[in-house]
Design a binder for this molecule. Structure first.
Ligand SMILES: [Zn+2]
Ligand SMILES: [Zn+2]
Length: 265
């Protein structure tokens, strides 16, 4: 299984960057994990979007879903996706319709997003075969198995595990400090973990982690490898790596666009 970082920005993009989006190839499948603003363009550098088998969404914040709108437009309006031949494009009787696994509340969120931006409310549901997952579900995608773990955030959010033949990739989603992620990610091969904050939120609910907290979570989980993500280019990545590495007990990576990690075999 291989994961490629398409976008690692937090809720606002880095210069020339993209928000949350990771390409996972394994088990004979091509999976997009999250689809934030800017991700569709980055995805197209690596794979043809009609070849994506499934999109898995961790939570319904804008920085994790907004590019589902242009992705759906490509699937619906690209000439090669049309059943009726158009000059220069033969069309197809079998247009691509990737699966889309999204958390509870997704249908209402997608309908509102599409309707509010001038599309029909069912724009995403037409383009994708949408399944609203229960976080207790286990989803089989060819040779990949997806599992979910609710984690504390400002809205319902789920850490996501993708596994193939015992090799495990765990993505924290966005989360504040918690024990559930550590248990869920126990002994994982690669923990891709958010490290959004230069310092903990000053007041109110915790919804994100600092790099040091991300390192602590990785250590508590016993993760074999730790990769920080969801941090701004306005945060010093070397400082983040040092902070996290000190807490993790050994070096960690900081995600950057185009970085690719092999997980297992
Ligand atoms: Zn986010
Ligand atoms: Zn979020």
């Amino acid at each position: 299984m291989r994961i490629t970082v398409l976008g690692k920005s937090p809720a606002w993009q880095d210069a020339d960057g993209a928000c949350s989006g990771y390409l996972v190839e394994g088990g004979g499948k091509i999976v997009l994990l999250d689809c934030g603003p800017g991700v569709f363009a980055k995805l197209r550098r690596f794979v043809d979007y009609v070849d994506v088998d499934a999109v898995v969404i961790s939570h319904l914040h804008a920085d994790h879903i907004l590019d589902l709108v242009p992705f759906a437009s490509g699937l619906r309006y690209a000439p090669r996706q049309q059943p009726v031949p158009v000059a220069g494009f033969p069309g197809t009787d079998d247009p691509a319709r990737p699966r889309l696994f999204a958390p509870p509340g997704a249908l209402e969120a997608f309908a509102g997003l599409c309707a509010a931006s001038g599309m029909t409310a069912d724009h995403i549901e037409i383009a994708f075969e949408v399944t609203v997952y229960d976080p207790a579900d286990r989803v089989e995608l060819g040779g990949l198995t997806a599992r979910f773990q609710p984690v504390p955030h400002f809205i319902a959010a789920n850490a996501v595990e993708l596994a193939e033949d015992g090799a495990r990739l765990t993505f924290s989603s966005d989360c504040g400090p918690n024990e559930e992620l550590c248990t869920f990610a126990r002994d994982t091969d690669l923990l891709l973990i958010e490290a959004t904050l230069p310092r903990p939120e000053r007041d109110g609910e915790r919804g994100h982690l600092t790099p040091a907290e991300a390192g602590e979570h990785g250590a508590r989980a016993g993760a074999r490898r730790l990769v920080l993500t969801h941090f701004s280019d306005e945060l010093d990545a070397d400082w983040a790596r040092e902070e996290a590495g000190r807490a993790f007990g050994r070096p960690v990576d900081a995600a950057h666009e185009g970085a690719s990690y092999q997980v297992g075999g």
